[in-house]
Design a protein around this ligand. Structure first.
Ligand code: ADP
Length: 586
């Protein structure tokens, strides 16, 4: 029994020891876990602090500085202060005012003044130019200082705003450029309005006089002549204004066609021969150094420029003086011909001061010029724009009282020489029909006129009536198609087609007429009569199947000549098609 009791006591001791040991192990594990957790937490804090530190120091644009308020002790400076401002971090950690070393003395003085007057309630903000002390690069910075009274800490952020500032400056520049352009447009409009009103005033006044003097035929003729002159001047002015605005807005298209430079020079001479003779001027055309005549470009526009030079030369040179037009081939580089075209006069010359703004629209040397010589001061501006569009340059040399040189330097692609034009050939073979002969074909011709404007239609019909033409007038493109469809084949000789009309425009009407299943639909000459006379409009008219594009106001002599020739040709074609029985294919 005693043995049993002893063994029981031994087991109890053992169990007690076991439980004490177990408790110790559990406690130790808890302690270890606690220590481990604390350690991890601390390491976490260390990592976060590290991340924050790298974030602040790697920031490409902003430098951060924390400063203790009571003694201006720098608590933190981000590393990027070295890269962005070129300052040593250690210097700032010793003395926070070392930051000012990246500023010019004047700027740091300004900042100091601002700081002294700062109430610390709102952040202190200032822009200043800085110099990176390491690479001497200049830039712009934005500085912001906040003060937290609770912690007695200043937070300073210095941001590099060089790029933003440059963008702002460029935007500001663009804005002021746009504003200047806008001002120039307004000025242009008011000058234009003045220029248009002056002749308009004359026209209306003369018509009023004519109405008051209806029985005096001689006076009436004089009023009408003057009205016609002023109207022509007005038309030229409007054409110039439109030309200039279209060129300036980049809407103009240059032709790219081959032309003969020497022929162009000769045409210019022929154009001015009469005026030059009448004014008793000596004129000379010099063609120098050409072994290539054919180039590709816009002959009409280039001529327009030289015509402006020549008319000015004639206008500003007194009788007895001389005008010399020179065409010179300078050199050939690859496939391009460099040439010089110059108009030289011995006229009044130009003051050097005016030469600096001669290309500005509506500029004339003085108000006396308009009174004595007329003109509106648009020609040179147009000329300059055209030549620049062609990639060339105008150079002016002038001396008051001696004369002026207007020179175009231009490079144009060389073109294959073309056969002389058909008309030239006709001239040589003596087969050119006389004007009278062309007019003769108009007698008894039938014309279909599509025109919605009553006054225009009345004028056209009255003039054609005098030439012996029977005209049927319709008001829309659709009516033109219907009337033509309803007519007997070959009845109409010509169709004159306005472009902008209600219901259907002239281009669409032409397309529909050309598609009609009848022989004369292919041959009938269709002429566009349009107030739009730009290259694109002309191209479009030709593309839809019209034979020509005649600009309004219509030159009726020109129109009658064209119509006469067209009636003759289309009658021939019509007769030929009937003889050989050509079938319509469309
Ligand atoms: P416009 O001849 O209609 O006045 P331009 O633009 O062609 O306009 O010329 C502008 C101004 O330049 C003229 O009004 C004149 O003052 C001056 N000018 C142009 N060409 C000559 C020239 N050959 N001789 C003297 N002055 C000229």
């Amino acid at each position: 029994m005693r043995e049993f009791t002893n063994s029981l006591a031994a087991r109890a001791d053992f169990l007690l020891a076991f439980f004490i040991l177990l408790a110790a192990v559990v406690a130790a594990a808890g302690l270890i876990r606690y220590i481990l957790r604390k350690n991890t937490e601390r390491r976490g804090h260390v990592t976060e602090a590290h991340q924050l530190y790298s974030f602040l120091s790697d920031n490409p644009f902003q430098v951060y500085v924390l400063v203790r308020g009571k003694d201006a002790f720098p608590l933190f400076v981000s590393d990027n202060v070295e890269r962005i401002l070129g300052l040593d971090k250690s210097d700032i950690l010793t003395d926070v005012f070392a930051i000012a070393r990246c500023m010019e003395a004047e700027e740091s003085g300004k900042l100091e003044k601002l700081y002294r007057g700062w109430d610390r309630k709102e952040p202190l903000e200032v822009d200043f130019p800085y110099v990176n002390r390491k690479n001497q690069k200049k830039g712009d910075a934005f500085l912001r200082v906040d003060y937290s009274a609770g912690t007695d800490v200043f937070t300073i952020v210095i941001e590099d705003i060089t790029r933003r500032k440059a963008e702002e400056n460029s935007l500001r520049e663009k804005l002021s450029h746009a504003e200047a352009e806008n001002d120039a447009k307004t000025e242009f409009l008011s000058e234009m309005s003045h220029e248009i009103r002056t002749p308009m005033n004359g026209i209306l006044g003369l018509l009023e006089l004519a109405k008051m003097d209806l029985s005096n035929t001689e006076a009436l003729r004089e009023y009408l002549d003057k009205t016609q002159n002023l109207s022509r001047f007005l038309l030229n002015l409007i054409n110039d204004i439109l030309d200039l605005t279209r060129i300036e807005s980049g809407k103009i298209q240059l032709e790219q066609e081959s032309f003969d430079l020497i022929a162009m020079a000769q045409k210019l001479r022929a154009m001015f021969q009469k005026t030059i003779r009448e004014k008793n001027l000596h004129f000379e055309l010099r063609v120098e150094g050409f072994d290539i005549r054919w180039v590709t470009g816009d002959e009409m526009r280039l001529s327009q420029v030289i015509i402006n030079f020549l008319s000015n030369a004639v206008k500003f040179t007194e009788p007895g003086g001389s005008v010399i037009l020179t065409f010179r081939q300078m050199e050939k580089i690859e496939n391009h011909l460099r040439l010089m075209i110059q108009v030289r006069d011995t006229g009044k010359g130009i003051e050097p001061e005016f030469l600096t703004h001669i290309f500005r629209p509506f500029e004339q040397e003085s108000s006396m010029i308009a009174k004595k010589y007329g003109g509106s001061g648009l020609g040179m501006s147009i000329a300059d724009n055209i030549i620049r569009l062609m990639g060339g340059q105008i150079v002016i040399d002038s001396e008051v009282g001696k004369g002026s040189d207007f020179t175009v330097f231009l490079s144009l692609p060389v073109a294959e020489p073309e056969e002389s034009g058909a008309r030239e050939k006709e001239v040589r073979s003596g087969r050119v029909p006389e004007q009278e002969e062309e007019f003769w074909y108009l007698k008894g011709a039938h014309v279909l006129l599509a025109e919605d404007n009553d006054i225009n239609a009345r004028i056209t019909m009255a003039i054609l009536d005098k030439a012996g033409v029977h005209t049927d007038r319709v008001l829309t493109g659709l009516q033109a198609v219907e009337t033509f469809t309803a007519s007997e084949e070959g009845f109409y000789d010509v169709i004159l087609m306005d472009i902008q009309m209600p219901e259907m425009d002239g281009w669409e009407a032409t397309k529909q007429i050309r598609k009609l299943p009848r022989k004369d639909a292919r041959f009938i000459p269709i002429y566009a009569l349009s107030a739009n006379s730009y290259v694109e409009d002309k191209r479009h008219s030709m593309a839809v199947g019209m034979n020509d594009h005649i600009a309004k106001p219509i030159d009726f002599n020109e129109l009658k000549k064209k119509m006469g020739a067209a009636v003759r040709d289309s009658r021939n074609a019509w007769n030929a098609s009937r003889k050989v029985g050509v079938e319509h294919k469309g």
